[in-house]
Write a protein of this length. Structure first.
Length: 318
């Protein structure tokens, strides 16, 4: 009797289907189930991604977290020079091929090092100046201090702001009769004066004008909103991407507040509930399909930057 390889392979797949889900792997599945299968089920390792970009982003995230900690505890932000020093110190601990180039890029593009020479005061302002301007230290709740990984979040209106960084996500939900955990971290979460919340997500290498309506970023925001509201019992009324943009020689912060829309709007537009609900439904359907072992080919796969593209000859699973 021949050995039943198909049955063994099916058992292997079932054993490796996760019980915890973060938004990045979910988006991988949405874009290409086969890529998810190779990465998360078979756990095949390939050379993909840009480690320099990842290290650059990690160092910037730490600088932003430290300045939030500073303003919550002392009611003043890190200076541009202090924030840049946090960035440079963190970068020394990370794997990166061109550390000096990264330091120069962050110094000029984000923290404004050297931009004051020969330009007006208005044009001299940079991304980090705009970041600090999101909330005036005078408008922070009296007595509030920085909380690392808060266990609870309050929705009582105070007429003031409270700022959180790296907020953990961890909530259990039932999908198709199976209990799974939705996990992750939110870069920045602001409690607004009216008791509602705004999610901020940092995109350190992108231009907001290039974000298409169905992009992964919007599903990421829908995931964050859904989990935060379910886990903490709060109401998220806005989401915002924070991106460094260069225009007319000035590096400044651009924000994009809407989640899924055919027309991009800037300036704090509130959610369109139908779009949010659609995004959550798509996310839950992706998890359901993963749990049921559905890893069929994508209808229109984008294989250009996929590390597994050479395993997908004729787009057949293995």
């Amino acid at each position: 009797m021949d050995y039943d390889y198909n049955s063994e392979f099916k058992d292997f797949i079932e054993v490796n289907i996760p019980s915890k889900f973060a938004i990045t792997p979910i988006n991988t599945y949405r874009n290409c189930p086969k890529q998810y299968f190779y990465d998360k089920i078979l756990k095949l390792k390939v050379c993909s991604g840009n480690k320099d970009d990842m290290s650059y982003g990690s160092a910037l995230h730490l600088a932003f977290e430290e300045t939030i900690k500073k303003v919550m505890n002392e009611r003043k932000y890190l200076t541009n020079e202090e924030a840049l020093e946090v960035f440079n110190s963190k970068l020394k601990t990370l794997e990166i091929t061109n550390p000096e180039g990264a330091k120069k890029s962050a110094g000029v593009n984000v923290f404004g090092a050297g931009v004051n020479k020969g330009v007006s005061e208005t044009n001299a302002k940079c991304f980090y100046d705009d970041f600090k301007a999101l909330v005036n230290p005078k408008d922070i709740e009296p007595g509030a201090v920085y909380e690392k990984s808060p266990k609870t979040l309050d929705s009582t209106p105070t007429g003031k702001y409270r700022i959180y960084a790296e907020v953990p996500l961890d909530v259990k939900v039932n999908i198709d009769g199976k209990q799974v955990c939705l996990t992750g971290y939110v870069d920045r979460l602001d409690k607004n004066p009216d008791g509602t919340y705004t999610i901020y997500d940092y995109k350190t290498k992108e231009n907001c004008e290039d974000i298409p309506p169905s992009d992964n970023y919007f599903y990421q925001m829908a995931f964050y909103k859904y989990v935060l509201e379910k886990q903490y019992g709060i109401t998220v009324t806005k989401t915002c991407f924070i991106l460094p943009i260069e225009k007319n020689g000035r590096h400044y912060m651009d924000t994009y507040y809407k989640m899924i829309t055919k027309k991009q709007n800037y300036g704090g537009v509130e959610y369109t509930c139908t779009n949010y609900e659609f995004s959550v439904e798509e996310i839950m359907n992706a998890i359901k399909n993963i749990l049921n072992g559905q890893f069929d080919e994508a209808e229109k796969p984008n294989c250009s930057y996929c590390g597994y593209k050479y395993l997908c000859k004729d787009r057949k699973l293995l």
